[in-house]
Design a protein around this ligand. Structure first.
Ligand SMILES: [Zn+2]
Ligand SMILES: [Zn+2]
Ligand SMILES: [Zn+2]
Length: 133
């Protein structure tokens, strides 16, 4: 398999690898809606633990799948250097709404590139200050 090196088998977080619906929403025989009873997935790397649900696959405080990782507990992240999201400090949750952070989409990490934007903003602030004299 050519692509096997870039993929990783991940146990389904939503059902904790049982393949069954953790909340028995339809019946106690219902299969996990995330892995459809397969108990695991193959995901293309790079991936990391979903910050928003802390890898549980369950939307915090709800009986539904996490909307960030779709219940997998792991999310795909951009290749390259990642930095902690400056908005949510890496927790993936917007402090005011409790919804997934918009800046990192609930992943808690953003591509390092975005730091440039912050620096540019600082420059603008500085030059604006100079002009006030
Ligand atoms: Zn599952
Ligand atoms: Zn999640
Ligand atoms: Zn964030």
């Amino acid at each position: 398999m050519k692509t096997s090196g870039s993929r990783r088998e991940v146990a389904c977080s939503f059902c904790a690898g049982t393949g069954r619906d953790p909340f028995d929403l339809l019946s106690d025989q219902s299969v996990c809606q995330v892995c459809h009873g397969r108990r695991k997935f193959s995901m293309i790397k790079p991936i990391m633990r979903c910050a928003f649900c802390r890898g549980s696959g369950i939307y915090p405080g709800q009986r539904i799948t996490c909307t960030v990782c779709n219940g997998k507990g792991m999310v795909r992240v951009p290749k390259g250097t990642l930095v902690k999201c400056p908005v949510c400090k890496g927790v993936g949750t917007a402090t005011d709404s409790g919804l997934p952070c918009l800046a990192c989409k609930g992943k808690g990490m953003v591509a390092a590139k975005q730091e440039k934007t912050v620096r540019v903003n600082e420059k603008i602030k500085r030059s604006a200050g100079k002009g006030k004299r």
